[in-house]
Design a protein around this ligand. Structure first.
Ligand code: NZQ
Ligand code: ZN
Length: 387
């Protein structure tokens, strides 16, 4: 491990079938007014909304609600949350839902008392947060993003056609997160596989960088192994607790920063997907699936050894009789096969993109990269291949 790092993660995680029992104890640390944020209705169908309201009432909390947070949450929704926080002097934001609800809650948390335009300050200029933040707690209902244990907040500014991501310092992480794998049983299949691939992508974005012998890479390979194994079980048996609990914890570990330690990291696929999402509003993991195979085929020549290792260690390819290019390519073929197994889309067309959108997406994509930093023209080439 060659790069220095500091590791600190202040989120307290309660995991398992009885984890909601821990909510009352957590609430005791905060004042009386709670902003309850949730999505478009799944928490009510699940019966979770009623249980949370009951716990809040028993704790003597005054509840202000912000329902309807959409998948790929918008800046307008964030601003509405900020208004509710200020008007009601909210002491705690409780996010009940998937990554979108938790991301929006963290966005509200840092923005409610910001001077000036929070979007420009925090998502465009990446300014240091210098205003009070409102604590956030989470009850997670869908596995994928790891938003429950990180400082990330990805917000879509519809007026500007930008889906902007920011990883805030850990002071913005949820103070506590409640993870009951049983809540994920009702997630529709297309969202379940989107979440699974999101986790796979987080792991790959961190893995495909660096040439050092790094413990983090071994850790990532182990998590990928567990994720692939449990995903195959959950595809046939969505209510298999063991599989869903493994997927949920793999997702948290995938981006709670532990799998990025001492790594340069890539993240170009996420940057491309964010703009695909800004134009098509596709499920995040589905967008990642479409972009991943063309992207990795394009860049693998720049990080060949790692792609050979990926083929061998993650997919069990016998690389001993293959040259490096063929071995790397065999690993990417296996990844493509996994995407088909999950039933995820493989073309931008299926996500609702049009040919006219491709240059707009390419020109608004943030350019980063691990083994290779792309130009906007190269992003366009990848988008055309994915179309
Ligand atoms: O709105 P409701 O009715 O709740 O339905 C949701 C939504 O339609 C549904 N759902 C969630 N839990 C359910 C359920 N349906 C039935 N039963 C349940 N238990 O699933 C749909 C998707 O939910 P969403 O929260 O949008 O999904 P996800 O967790 O994948 O979050 C996606 C957002 O997170 C961002 C993405 O870009 C996207 O905006 N990301 C956040 C990251 C972070 N904070 O670190 C990193 C990621 O790379 C990602 O960018
Ligand atoms: Zn992601």
């Amino acid at each position: 491990m060659n790069k220095d790092f500091t590791y600190y993660n202040p989120t307290r995680v309660h995991f398992g079938k009885k984890s909601l029992d821990r909510l009352a104890g957590e609430l005791a640390d905060y004042g009386t007014t709670v902003l309850l944020m949730y999505g478009k209705g799944s928490v009510k169908k699940l019966g979770l909304y009623d249980k949370v309201i009951e716990i809040l009432a028993a704790a003597g909390k005054t509840v202000v609600e912000l329902p309807g947070i959409k998948s790929n949450p918008t800046y307008d929704q964030l601003l509405e949350g900020c208004r509710l926080v200020r008007d009601n002097k909210v002491d705690l934001i409780l996010a009940v839902g998937g990554g979108s609800v938790i991301d929006c809650a963290k966005g509200v948390s840092v923005s409610a008392y910001a001077e000036g335009d929070p979007w420009e300050r925090y998502w465009v200029n990446f300014e240091k947060v210098n205003n009070p933040i409102v604590p956030v707690g989470a009850v997670l209902t869908m596995a994928g993003t790891a938003s429950e244990m990180n400082g990330g907040s990805v917000i879509t500014n519809e007026a500007k056609m930008i889906k902007g991501g920011r990883v805030f310092p850990s002071v913005v992480n949820p103070k506590f997160s409640i993870l009951n794998p049983e809540y994920t049983f009702t997630v529709p299949k297309e969202q379940m596989v989107s979440g699974i691939f999101d986790t796979m992508s987080h792991l790959m974005e961190q893995y495909f960088s660096g040439t050092d012998d790094n413990t983090t890479d071994y850790l990532i390979e182990g998590i990928m192994d567990s994720l692939i194994h449990s995903s195959r079980i959950a595809l046939g048996a969505p209510t298999d607790y063991e599989a869903r609990s493994n997927i949920m914890w793999c997702a948290t570990l995938g981006l709670n920063t532990i799998t990025g330690l001492s790594k340069d990291q890539d993240w170009e696929i996420h940057m491309i997907e964010h703009q695909v999402g800004a134009y098509t509003d596709c499920p995040h993991g589905a967008g990642l699936a479409v972009v991943s195979v063309p992207y990795y085929r394009y860049i693998c020549q720049y990080g060949l050894d790692k792609f050979v290792r990926f083929a061998r260690k993650v997919w069990g390819v016998d690389t001993s009789k293959l040259d490096a290019h063929a071995a790397a390519s065999a690993g990417i073929d296996k990844l493509a096969g996994f995407i088909s197994e999950l039933g995820l889309p493989t073309t931008l067309r299926e996500l609702g993109a049009t040919e006219e959108m491709l240059p707009l997406i390419a020109n608004s994509t943030v350019l980063t990269g691990g083994y290779k930093k792309l130009t906007a023209e190269e992003v366009l080439t990848i988008l055309k291949t994915a179309y």
